[in-house]
Ligand binder design. Structure first.
Ligand code: PLP
Length: 432
């Protein structure tokens, strides 16, 4: 008899967290690591939001509360979604979760029977792919094209839709690529979905980076397109917009109250409710006129860092990087570096159990030998990712730290001797 149930081998993980023990190990042994692995704004939670958390604690707002989310917050969310997307949702369609993450896997549990197909962007937030097999559904990656600024063509999506399709994830602005969807792409996508999908196929539109968008562009949501409102789950949260990843507040707005109630039942089963003092502060984040300025300052900082770091990274021999239109990541193509370092050949000659991908070896080598933490392509969806050589680096760090990080990537890209030493020792395989 096995200790663990079989399903534990069907769920994957998020590499941004998994790489943590390696970073600790490197820092214990050598010098400080430049950490560009996490998707976390390097800003403080705006003061007016922090003040409200403290005020709520002093009011003893620290007890169990509505598992669906406080009505005051759900009302603020519904109002905000209606205003920004020209919709007419009501607070009963809204459910609050501990972060943007839980509703991703819950959606698969709620909508998918075994054998149903789930379409999701790849590269994409790893939790879309991670959960699918856990619920006995079938993963169907929608590969984003570097040449189309990491969007997809409507035909590509059309070719993936079958009578078994049950759930389609979209994520704009995207993690890890920073891709932004144009209104015309969303309209074309909607046309295909309306033509080819049954009305009970759900579109999970992950819009958690909705406010982090550059070059004067506007955020567009597929939910605003006529007839898509009834099929779209709008998911977003407070982690990125308000630099509040530890607050654990996210939400989803469902096409029907009936669906929201099913998700509420999962909340009751898993965690009862989300801390009410944080929920009241999240309401303030949405309603206070002060929030607009804080978010604007943060986004302008990300945009100027993007401009600078994009230029510097594109100057490194063997790297080319598209210009992200939103979020706070760069997703450079490192095929040239893999070529220059002979990584593709070296990777193939490793024993099977040590093989991951050339970009993963570069990720680990860069961490152990050059103390720079970034993530490889396979951290964002493994299926169909062979032969694709990319890294994700977060630009949510001070400019000088980012510049040092870019320099370390450049040095790693030229360090053939260091790579040979690393491959001989493979210190990364002996860590937890
Ligand atoms: N969705 C996307 C696209 C993300 O990038 C993230 C976090 O990185 C999440 C959801 C989860 O956010 P949270 O930290 O609020 O759970």
């Amino acid at each position: 008899m096995n200790l663990f149930a079989e399903r534990n081998s069907w769920i994957d993980t998020e590499n941004a967290f998994k790489i943590g023990p390696h970073i600790v190990r490197v820092e214990q042994q050598k010098k400080a690591v430049i950490k560009l692995n996490f998707g976390e704004p390097d800003f403080s939670v705006p003061k007016h939001i922090k003040d409200e958390i403290k005020r709520q604690l002093d009011l003893d707002n620290t007890h169990y509360c509505d598992p669906k989310g406080l009505l005051s917050l759900r009302t603020a969310i519904s109002n905000q979604v209606n205003e920004t997307r020209r919709l007419q949702t009501n607070p009963e369609q809204v459910v609050v979760f501990p972060g943007g993450k839980p509703s991703i896997g819950f959606a698969q549990q709620v909508y998918c029977n075994p054998g149903d197909e789930v379409i999701y962007p790849s590269p994409g937030f790893p939790i879309y792919e991670s959960f699918i097999r856990y619920v006995h559904a079938v993963p169907v990656p929608l590969h984003l094209n570097e040449s189309e600024n990491f969007t997809f063509s409507p035909d590509q999506l059309a070719n993936l839709i079958t009578p078994k399709t049950k759930l389609i994830y979209l994520n704009f602005p995207s993690n890890p690529t920073g891709g932004v969807a144009s209104q015309s792409l969303l309209e074309e996508t909607a046309r295909i979905i309306l033509e080819r999908c049954q009305p009970d196929v759900r579109i999970y539109s992950d819009e958690i980076y909705e406010k982090i968008i550059f070059d004067g562009q506007q955020h567009h949501s597929i939910s605003s397109i006529p007839e898509m409102t009834e099929r779209t789950i709008i998911a977003s949260g407070f982690s990125k917009t308000y630099a509040w990843t530890g607050g654990r507040i996210g939400y989803a707005v469902f096409p029907t109250v009936e669906e929201a109630e099913v998700f509420k039942r999962l909340n009751i089963n898993y965690f009862s409710c989300v801390p009410p003092y944080n929920q009241e502060a999240a309401r303030v984040a949405l309603e206070s006129p002060l929030s607009k300025q804080s978010v604007k300052e943060m986004v302008e900082t990300f945009e100027s860092r993007r401009n600078l770091i994009l230029q510097q990274i594109n100057e490194i021999p063997g790297i080319s990087c598209q210009k992200p239109g939103g979020a706070f990541y760069l997703f450079p193509n490192i095929s040239g570096i893999c070529e220059n370092l002979g990584l593709i050949k070296k990777h193939h000659s490793l024993p099977a159990e040590e093989q991951s991908s050339p970009a993963n070896i570069f990720q680990m080598f860069a961490l152990y030998e050059h103390q720079i933490a970034v993530l490889d392509r396979k951290s964002f969806g493994k299926i169909g990712a062979d032969g694709k050589h990319f890294l994700r680096l977060s630009i949510a760090a001070e400019q000088s730290v980012l510049e040092e990080g870019v320099l370390r990537i450049k040095n790693a890209g030229e360090d053939t001797n260091g790579l040979d030493r690393f491959l001989k020792e493979r210190p990364d395989l002996n860590s937890t």
